[in-house]
Design a protein around this ligand. Structure first.
Ligand code: BES
Ligand code: MN
Ligand code: ZN
Length: 498
């Protein structure tokens, strides 16, 4: 497996070995401290040869610069030095990570011409390095030819040189915990379903106890007792059982009501008897992307010792086909007491969430509930793969999520809810059916969930397009993006701590 890059922080001083990265603003301007790494002006020459525009995350490289002990001197463009956004710093880190191979020793000079780079900025760049460097290659037994140049077992070593290394190190500690959460979420989604079923996923959640989380695992027996007929109906076609993981991080005041996150954890979705077409079905190993984001978030919050009381609940099932699988037309009774006519066994995520949301609300009476789910293909038809669908019964919560989405660039786009849509899931034979008509498929799915949240402020994020298979970018080259961890960590940090 590719080892993770190591990252440390130090004062700015010209290095005598390895490689150095400088930040270059418009017209190729670099700071005085950065110039000291390039006494012969080799980079300046390279700028003019390449007509370097210093566009954000663009790169120019000089190998074996004359009169320097360095192997490589690399400049990364920042655009205008005084308008770099928070997210741009992550992208800059991504550009740095992308440029180096394993076993490189790299000094990154975080210093700008005519503007200040804060300790936070330096820490964000470091976080960007880790996010970009992630690969899922644990099942490759041979190393990749294309990067076989260096020792496969050695990670690159990045030293971030900045004005206040101890402050940067401190800022990085919290961001590092969030990156750990993102990487955990990516790992869970990338993992194939033969390795990660409900039981194995639950064990991953349980393992977070070492970070100080309280984790309970409900078994089928306990869920049967609780009356979770909707979730268990989905699970009954699989020999691999069902679980619910209930995670608690109590970092806030003892009497404070918690906030809650709930995830769809379908470890594989065949569609059940309403079976999916063969083409692309392999992607359904990622149908636990909502649950992965919740577990990743809990890891992030515990890792940075967030000052908040937070509950994370994931419903874990496999939607398989066998003689015992549920059939179209079956009627199940959810924990809420409401009955559901299952007209399509492939609309299973909402059945899992119905019981998880109800349980969460009953037991914890949270300030709000946010659920995440790879719920509908229709959300990709509506929004493509760069925004998650946001559905909410609460404008304040929706606004906050939108804001956090802008800051983290894990974007959301609000979609409508309303009685016209709700009536589309009324059923002749039961209290509701689990599919609406042909139109507005993401909305009728959301209406279904809303029937299990009562008056509690609630938001549903449909992440079918963003959690997996979305275009790679500066900070993710992985099929599984880890979408949602940074978004929700930011929401917690900005509005629900302290
Ligand atoms: N897990 C799927 C949704 C999905 C599709 C996620 C593609 C990611 C990529 C979900 O369980 C599902 O099958 N939804 C159906 C609902 C339909 C039967 C009403 C869908 O979207 O087709
Ligand atoms: Mn399905
Ligand atoms: Zn599904």
């Amino acid at each position: 497996m590719t080892p993770q890059p190591s990252i440390s922080f130090a004062k700015i001083a010209p290095s005598k070995k390895g490689s150095a990265v400088l930040l270059a603003a418009e017209k190729g301007a670099v700071s005085d401290a950065a110039k000291a790494f390039d006494p012969s002006g080799a980079l300046k020459r390279a700028f003019s040869i390449t007509a370097f525009s210093a566009k954000l995350a663009s790169v120019v490289e000089v190998l074996a610069p004359e009169g320097s002990p360095l192997n490589r001197l690399v400049a990364v463009g920042v655009g205008k030095a005084d308008t770099i956004s928070e997210h741009d710093w992550l992208k800059l880190g991504g550009a740095v990570a992308a440029h180096f191979r394993k076993a490189d020793d790299v000094a990154v000079v975080v210093d700008l011409p005519g503007a200040k780079a804060s300790a936070e900025d330096a820490a964000r760049l470091a976080a960007g390095i880790r996010l970009r460097a992630y690969t899922f290659d644990k099942y490759k037994t041979k190393k990749d030819e294309s990067d076989g140049k260096t020792d496969d077992n050695k990670a690159s070593k990045f030293t971030i040189l900045c004005a206040n290394p101890s402050a940067a190190k401190k800022a990085f500690a919290a961001m590092d915990a969030v990156v750990d959460g993102v990487i955990l979420a990516r790992d869970l989604v990338n993992e194939p379903a033969n390795k990660l079923g409900p039981v194995e996923f639950a064990a991953e959640a349980k393992a977070l106890e070492k970070l100080g989380l309280k984790v309970e695992i409900l078994t089928e027996k306990e869920m049967t007792k609780l009356g979770m007929g909707a979730l268990l109906g989905v699970a009954q076609g699989s020999p691999r059982g069902a679980r619910m993981a209930v995670m608690q991080w109590n970092g806030g005041k003892a009497k404070d009501k918690p906030i809650a996150f709930v995830g769809k954890g379908v470890t594989f979705d065949t569609g059940g008897n309403s079976i999916k077409p063969a083409a692309g079905m392999e992607d359904m190993k990622g149908d636990m992307g909502g649950a992965a984001a919740v577990v990743g978030l809990m890891r992030a919050l515990a890792g940075r010792k967030a000052n908040a009381n937070v509950v994370g609940i994931v419903g874990l099932v496999e939607n398989a086909v066998d003689g015992n699988a549920q059939r179209p037309g079956d009627i199940v009774t959810s924990m809420s007491g409401q009955t559901i006519e299952v007209l399509n066994t492939d609309a299973e995520g909402r059945l899992v969430l119905a019981d998880a949301l109800w349980y969460c609300n009953q037991r914890f009476e949270p300030k709000f509930m946010i659920n995440l789910a790879t719920l509908t293909g229709a959300i990709m038809v509506a929004l493509g793969q760069s925004h998650a669908g946001l559905f909410s019964n609460n404008d304040e919560l929706a606004g906050r999520l939108t804001e956090a989405g802008q800051l983290t660039q894990e974007k959301v786009w609000r979609m409508p809810l309303g009685p016209e849509y709700d009536k589309l899931i009324d059923s002749k034979n039961a209290d509701m059916k689990n599919i609406g008509g042909r139109y507005g498929g993401s909305i009728t799915a959301a209406q279904f969930l809303q029937r299990f949240v009562k008056e509690t402020p609630w938001a549903h994020l449909d992440i079918a397009g963003t959690a997996m298979g979305s275009p790679t970018n500066e900070i993710s080259q992985s099929w599984a993006s880890g979408y949602g961890v940074r978004l929700l960590d930011r929401l917690v940090q900005d509005y629900y701590e302290g």
